[in-house]
Write a protein that binds this ligand. Structure first.
Ligand SMILES: [Zn+2]
Length: 253
């Protein structure tokens, strides 16, 4: 499986402080930075976007992704998320006020946008991928995703503070190949991290104690002003196979 980093942490344009990963060129996990980081012809190849939660740093490019590709022949986009995510997107974003309601454009029968509600932990099939939403512990309803291409699975926690069930599901995923998780604040800001449902490197270390599988772990999410401190604190964990994602790079997992 090929994972291109479209947005991972701050300080690096484009997509500063935003989150989006592109799987095999056509499926996106979150949409922060997506339309900033991909040329328009590549944006039109994205047909399915899985949204972990409604926060803007994970959703802000959805309007432009649609707008930039709207005139392409046969263009349509499906956006997936749990009930709370889909509700927030239709109520607060595609509401005819902040942005057009593309779920009824050009008409109700053949809209360019479909919002698809996910049942937690029930896999949906997109091409050769099976994708499951797994709840995590953030400040708003949030899920990570397990993406399985038949040969291997990738686990993406999305934004989360200390959590449990996600790691149980990850540990039980037989063909697990890699984990993407976060570290948003430095150790000195642990109170802030806990209140906002994020991890520091120290909290990340405790989360990784729950991971019982020997797979590479990729880190995203460092807030722009803390990137270098977080990098240092993560390397001080002295864990093998823990790597900070690099903006724009493609990883094979
Ligand atoms: Zn968030």
């Amino acid at each position: 499986m090929k994972v291109k980093v479209l947005g991972c942490y701050g300080g690096i344009a484009p997509g500063q402080g935003m989150t989006s990963f592109l799987v095999n060129d056509t499926v996106a996990l979150d949409a922060g930075g997506l339309s900033f980081a991909l040329p328009v012809d590549k944006q039109a190849m994205v047909k399915d976007v899985f949204i972990s939660h409604a926060h803007l740093d994970h959703t802000c490019c959805l309007p432009f992704l649609i707008d930039n590709s709207f005139a392409s022949p046969g263009f349509s986009l499906r956006i997936y998320g749990i009930h709370e995510v889909v509700t927030a997107l239709s109520r607060h974003l595609f509401n005819g006020s902040l942005w057009p309601d593309f779920t009824s454009i050009p008409d109700d029968l053949t809209p360019v946008l479909k919002l698809v509600t996910l049942e937690p932990e029930k896999a949906v099939k997109v091409g050769n991928l099976k994708i499951r939403a797994v709840p995590v512990s953030h400040s708003v309803p949030t899920t990570g995703f397990i993406v399985d291409d038949g040969d291997g699975s990738l686990a993406f926690s999305s934004d989360t503070g200390p959590t449990h069930h996600f790691w149980d599901v990850v540990n039980a995923t037989k063909n697990l190949k890699a984990v993407i998780t976060e570290s948003s604040f430095p150790n000195s800001e642990e109170d802030l991290a806990r209140i906002s449902g994020h991890l520091t490197p120290a909290l990340l270390g405790k989360e990784l104690d729950k991971l019982k599988r020997d797979v590479p772990v990729y880190i995203y999410g460092a807030k722009p002003r803390f990137v270098s401190r977080i990098k240092k604190e993560i390397s001080a964990l002295k864990r093998k196979d823990v790597t900070m994602f690099v903006q724009g790079r493609t990883y094979t997992v």
